[in-house]
Ligand binder design. Structure first.
Ligand code: HPA
Length: 278
């Protein structure tokens, strides 16, 4: 872990050499949502391959660049694409960039993802503010915090009560109302993927209290909370998770990307509106 701390400070120093301002907000864009990066002003882009220790995503719809610049007046560290557990990274490796954004000053994380809707009232294209999560991988033993704890990074036993900041949720709801963007709220369940859920799994996840299901985000939120960041999580409901063996064609990654791209303008307006008022 001392080794990890050194890697974090080294990587933060290298990035700061390209973008010397202190960072205020970290943003992660999920599948198909990378269009948000184009709204960043005075931007410096660095491909993940050029950043030591950064995990590189191999998934279509995840361009894999770090964007530094200003969005709605705030200095942002925007990750255009993320690495996932199913790509072969441990959660600790996949969440390394969170440690770096924190080391560069970010006090707030805005994390987005494309997710399958479990709540029968949801429709593709809806935005859902995450109010809580169910950490299926964590319950099964995989967490980014496994191993010796480095107190410089955070406490051994971080609480998950209030992980999704109620003030930020309230602020996002106010901004949504003002902009005419309907925002759902709900519980996000993370599982490892890359398979989409079977019908029996969808029924189980619904009964467990999930509103949306996806393959990212929870590890990132855990690391952000461990480091003391406040978190706003937003899921774009890109498809409805399927509970029946119906005859319609199953969802594909292309469907997920298409729905995400359509929702990008709405998401950009919401995120900018929230940033203005943080
Ligand atoms: N399931 C899991 N992950 C997802 C889905 C889904 O239906 N849609 C987008 N990410």
């Amino acid at each position: 872990m001392a080794h990890a701390y050194q890697k974090i400070t080294e990587t933060a120093r290298l990035i700061a050499a390209r973008y010397p301002s202190a960072i205020e907000v970290g943003i992660i864009t999920g599948s198909g949502l990378g269009g948000l990066a184009e709204a960043v002003e005075e931007r410096v882009s660095i491909p993940y391959q050029e950043i030591p220790n950064f995990p590189v995503s191999t998934v279509e719809g995840h361009p894999g660049q770090l964007i530094l610049g200003r969005l709605a007046g705030k200095a942002v560290f925007l990750m255009q694409g993320r690495a996932h557990y199913y790509e072969g990274y441990s959660l600790e490796e996949a969440t390394f960039p969170l440690r770096v954004m924190r080391a560069m000053g970010a006090g707030v994380l805005m994390v987005t993802n494309a997710a399958g809707g479990l709540n029968p009232r949801f429709r593709p294209g809806d935005l859902m503010l995450i109010t809580d999560h169910i950490n299926l991988l964590g319950m099964a033993g995989e967490t980014p915090l496994r191993g010796l704890n480095d107190e410089r990074l955070g406490p051994r036993f971080p609480p998950m009560l209030g992980a999704y900041d109620s003030k930020l949720i309230k602020l996002a709801q106010e901004v949504g109302k003002r902009l005419g963007i309907i925002l759902r709220q709900g519980v996000y369940i993370m599982l490892a993927g890359p398979t989409f859920e079977s019908p029996a799994e969808v029924r189980m996840l619904r009964r467990w209290g999930g509103d949306a299901v996806g393959m990212s985000t929870v590890g990132e939120v855990i690391v952000a909370r461990h480091g003391g960041m406040r978190v706003l999580g937003i899921s774009l409901i890109s498809n409805l998770a399927m509970a029946e063996n119906h005859t319609a064609a199953p969802d594909t990654h292309q469907d997920v990307l298409a729905a995400a791209e359509k929702a990008v303008p709405k998401l950009i307006r919401l995120i900018k509106g929230v940033l203005e008022r943080i």
